[in-house]
Design a protein around this ligand. Sequence first.
Ligand code: 0OX
Length: 331
Amino acid sequence: MSEIPLTLAAATDKAKELRTQLNQYSHEYYVADQPTVEDYVYDRLYKELVDIETEYPDLITSDSPTQRVGGKILQGFEKVTHEVQMYSLNDGFSKEDIYDFDERVQKLAGKPVGYCCELKIDGLAISLKYENGKFVQGATRGDGTVGENITENLKTVKSIPLELKKPISVEVRGECYMPKQSFVNLNKEREEAGQDVFANPRNAAAGSLRQLDTSMVAKRNLSTFLYTVADFGPMTAQTQFDALNELSEIGFRTNPEKQLCQTIDEVWAYIEEYHEKRTDLPYEIDGIVIKANEFTIQDELGFTVKAPRWAIAYKFPPEEAQTVVEEIEWT
Ligand SMILES: NC(=O)c1cnc(OC2CCCC2)nc1N
């Protein structure tokens, strides 16, 4: 690390180099879950960038990792109208509901339908807009048509890229959630501080994103899984399964447990598999989302007022609350 203050030209180059390196390390850690360096390496480079930006504030850019810590006090949240409605899902509660869904879909499609199955993350739905690769707006679902502008809060969520790998303009949707371990830690802190505890990770995530002090949000260790493309821009996927892979390729965090099922029997097997596995997951799920995989079939089947005809959410029976308790040993 250079001790002598850098010239503006040298500082400009060094800041760009550090931003690129730090954003790559951050992507590996928060998006790919595959960190390649120890924290102290990241921290040292981060401090170097903070020193340069302190010396030359004009060098601060919107995609600098130093902008993730928040520090803005918002007066409130503006309303955002979703050009593409954010739909909800019809629910199924039994094997019969799922097989009836399949019968309806096959009949409407007039041919066998393959399904993309995804874990139903128990967080809150968000919409993210990018222009020329830069994150420009983040919003809650609200009533599906009008949500709240929470861009400043979502900038502190480390798995949300401030800049995509390609300079494209897209709108994507997914779930913002609080990992189980973060939920346990937060409630422990709140209890020790004599504050009310959150009932579950979903409420904790929603409460965190409603904070007007963005530095509070930064400390809540929220994460995301993206699963819908609302405005494709130059994206080319023709199926839900491929869209999830494409979302990952351009820099978003997607859930790795997705599965392509050619028959409803395979779908049911996936549902039973994850009903068992869900307590071992580091995040809460409240069911499985089943979607006709081909976008041509989705377009044919369309939507009712509130939900797509080509998807259903199988909800797990409400067993004992999944709220994590201390005795679970977290490796
Ligand atoms: N909570 C989830 O994990 C989840 C929710 N919704 C959807 O898809 C809906 C979105 C609009 C039409 C289908 N997928 C998900 N994975």
